[in-house]
Design a protein around this ligand. Structure first.
Ligand SMILES: *Cc1c(COP(=O)(O)O)cnc(C)c1O
Length: 397
């Protein structure tokens, strides 16, 4: 059994804060601060340009990718870290389309993070040649998979409700119809057991700053099934994806492995922070994370439903059908969340009316969850959300 008292100690959380938003931005692992400071002083400061060789910076995206691979059930050498999730999605989608013959349809769902739909809309538009995006309701995805679909592009966990797609079943269905399956694991990696090999996913992308705690704007990751490496080409290239960048050949010759998914110079300081943050997972079993996260979110859900009658559960009631978050609908959800945050319990809000709470056993215990419910009940009873100060919308919600 994973020792969650030990993992809690690995994080630097502000005194008095109960953090239910690790699904948006993971907190600071203590080792990340030390490692970044050391890299600045000894790497950048002393080694200067020599750091690319002496400090292993050139290979860091692959090494960090290998560590993430272990968390998502992917073989070593099939994941690389870098760029943002959006950019990785563009690369994965265009690579998948490059390998999908005459088919022209990218199939996704309306529960996807709108960002991913934006990427697909513009990627298909830029490719031209009749490519297009088809969006159906989440529950209609399975029936919409047919032999016109080139790529099935889905996010495993719905960012609003936490609803979980069955990655293995839908991938199987896609393959049976001759389509390629591309999965976004932003709300899955570090939260749920994932087995990309067993699910037989073709491509996957995910986030470094959510459950992996890599820091604001941390490098994301991209996975490519071994059989696609060298056969599927992203429509975005740069010298870091070249087989031999320092030969400075005039023509692009992609790396034959996962390196072909690299583009430009990696952000080393952020990559070091992510690398350090991944130390937290040493000795942690993802299955234990899942079990504990369900215990925490179940208790939270039952207590909130019993004590906060104005809130309506927006997540699937069956914990096996949701990720590591629970959401409630409330007309004044934005203001209520601001009032809750002012009281030291941090969750977030997603338009139009979703109050979202993430459960991360690495640093969150049952006592925290019960205190969070007390404070939420208090906000609702006092109607604290009516205070004008909480109605002012910030840029980031
Ligand atoms: C968080 C998230 C992203 C983030 O993309 P960025 O490029 O890092 O801004 C993308 N897709 C999904 C599904 C997400 O949850």
């Amino acid at each position: 059994m994973t020792d969650f008292t030990r993992t809690r100690e690995l994080f630097d959380l502000p005194e008095g804060v109960i953090y239910l938003d690790g699904n948006s931005l993971g907190p600071l692992p203590k080792t990340a601060r030390e490692r970044v400071a050391r890299e600045i002083d000894h790497g950048w400061g002393e080694r200067l340009i020599r750091g690319w060789n002496d400090c292993g910076w050139m290979d860091l995206p692959g090494r960090v990718g290998d560590r993430i691979a272990s968390l998502v059930g992917a073989p070593q050498g099939t994941v690389t870290a870098g760029d943002s999730t959006s950019v990785n999605l563009f690369k994965a989608l265009t690579a998948a389309l490059s390998a999908s013959g005459e088919r022209r349809i990218v199939l996704s769902d309306s529960g996807n993070f709108p960002n991913d739909l934006y990427v697909a809309q513009e990627a298909t538009r830029a490719l031209g040649k009749g490519y297009g995006l088809k969006v159906v309701a989440p529950e209609e995805v399975e029936a919409a998979i047919d032999e016109t679909v080139a790529v099935l592009m889905l996010t495993e966990v719905d960012y609003r409700t936490g609803r979980l797609h069955d990655m293995k079943a839908l991938t199987e269905k896609a393959h049976a119809a001759g389509a390629i399956a591309l999965w976004d694991l932003c709300h899955s990696a570090g939260a749920l057991p994932i087995d990309l090999t067993d699910a037989d996913a073709d491509f996957a992308v995910g986030c470094g700053y959510k459950y992996l705690n890599g820091g604001p704007g941390a490098p994301a990751f991209i996975y490519c099934k071994p059989e696609w490496a060298g056969r599927a080409a992203p429509a975005l290239a740069g010298w870091m994806g070249h087989a031999e960048p320092f030969r400075f050949e005039l023509d692009y010759r992609p790396d034959e492995g996962i390196g072909c998914m690299r583009v430009g110079t990696p952000p080393i300081l952020s990559m070091v922070a992510l690398d350090a943050a991944l130390d937290v997972w040493d000795g942690v079993k993802i299955a234990d994370i899942r079990t504990r996260s369900i215990e925490l979110s179940e208790r939270f859900t039952l207590e909130v439903e019993a004590r906060c009658p104005g809130l309506e559960l927006a997540s699937p009631r069956d914990p096996a059908r949701r990720g590591s978050q629970v959401s409630f609908r409330f007309e004044h959800g934005y203001a209520a969340m601001q009032a809750l945050i002012a009281g030291g319990v941090i969750g977030d809000f997603r338009a139009p009316d979703i109050m979202r709470f993430g459960f991360t056993p690495l640093y969150l215990g049952m006592e925290d969850v019960l205190t969070a419910v007390d404070r939420l009940e208090d906000v609702m009873k006092r109607r604290a959300f009516e205070a004008p100060v909480y109605a002012v919308r910030a840029k980031v919600t």
